[in-house]
Design a protein around this ligand. Structure first.
Ligand code: 0WD
Length: 256
């Protein structure tokens, strides 16, 4: 369908074909969006270019952006403004924590590790919202990716769970701030999906089996399901919704 025909959407966080942001890319592309990509590493840039070629998706622009740096964020959005002008959507699909702190006890989290997880996984949404709202002059939709570990204690998720709680609270505060400009901010809380980042969480792959056993739908979640739910949030179909966290997890979160 042409739900996003003529809309300029920025996608942050495609590392490879398994990335959640790649599933989102496919859904947005099918809906007719013009896509702008940001990525951090040279390695992911090359992968992204290859992936786009393979799937015959023509990017409007690819810019490098390290969310750890305000300068990098400002440069990236200045370039988007120069070359694209107005944007209508932003996909934030970025997180990071030290691998050694995604196992064992949360009580052992270091000060630096705590701050790093908060900076890359939660503050980054604030920083990119600040930059994006300046070029969302026709209104828009910002969508981030969170996880159940924000709401409940999930073994080994630890410092990232606390960062996701901060991310979800940020979604609500940001939604209030930018609502007056016609911009919505929402989060998708996906069930566990095997990706590069997920490999960093000790025992994460076993969690996918839990959905098959215990979730109402008795099956796991994939990147395409998250992509379609994100498409809903980016499109006008969700125009009445902001500050929301939507679970795309086969219903797992309702089971006690
Ligand atoms: O089960 C899962 N995989 C779930 C993931 C369940 C629920 C939520 N999520 C979330 C993650 O926490 C994250 O917020 O989804 C988002 C995307 O995660 P993913 O698709 O699982 O992970 P991955 O494919 O590894 O992409 C993460 C990307 C990085 O790739 P590179 O190769 O560049 O490290 O996060 C980005 C980066 O693209 N990233 C950064 N981007 C800009 N600046 C930075 C940074 N400093 N650090 C990481």
């Amino acid at each position: 369908s042409g739900l996003l025909e003529g809309k300029n959407i920025v996608v942050m966080g495609v590392a490879n074909e398994r990335s959640i942001a790649w599933g989102i890319t496919k859904s947005l592309h099918q809906a007719g969006a013009n896509l702008i990509f940001t990525n951090r590493q040279e390695r992911s840039y090359k992968k992204l270019v290859k992936l786009l070629e393979k799937h015959e998706i023509e990017p409007k622009l690819i810019v490098s952006c390290d969310v750890a740096s305000d300068e990098s964020i400002n440069e990236a959005f200045a370039k988007i403004k120069d070359e694209i002008g107005v944007i209508h959507g932003l996909i934030h699909s970025v997180a990071f924590a030290n691998r050694e702190e995604l196992q064992g006890e949360y009580a052992d989290t270091s000060r630096d590790g705590f701050l790093l997880a908060q900076e890359i996984s939660a503050y980054s949404l604030v920083a990119v919202t600040k930059a994006a709202k300046e070029i969302m002059t026709e209104g828009g939709s910002i969508v981030t990716q969170t996880y159940l570990g924000a709401e409940r204690v999930i073994p080994n998720y630890n410092v990232m769970g606390v960062a996701k709680a901060s991310l979800e609270a940020s979604v609500r505060y940001l939604a209030e701030d930018v609502g007056k400009y016609g911009i919505r901010v929402n989060a998708i809380s996906a069930g566990p999906i095997r990706t590069l980042s997920a490999k960093g969480v000790s025992g994460f792959n076993e969690k996918t089996h839990l959905l098959e056993e215990k979730a109402p739908l008795r099956r796991g979640v994939d990147q395409d399901q998250v992509g379609d739910a994100t498409l809903f949030f980016v499109s006008d179909l969700s125009r009445g919704i902001t500050g929301e966290v939507l679970h795309v997890d086969s219903g797992f979160h309702i089971i006690g």
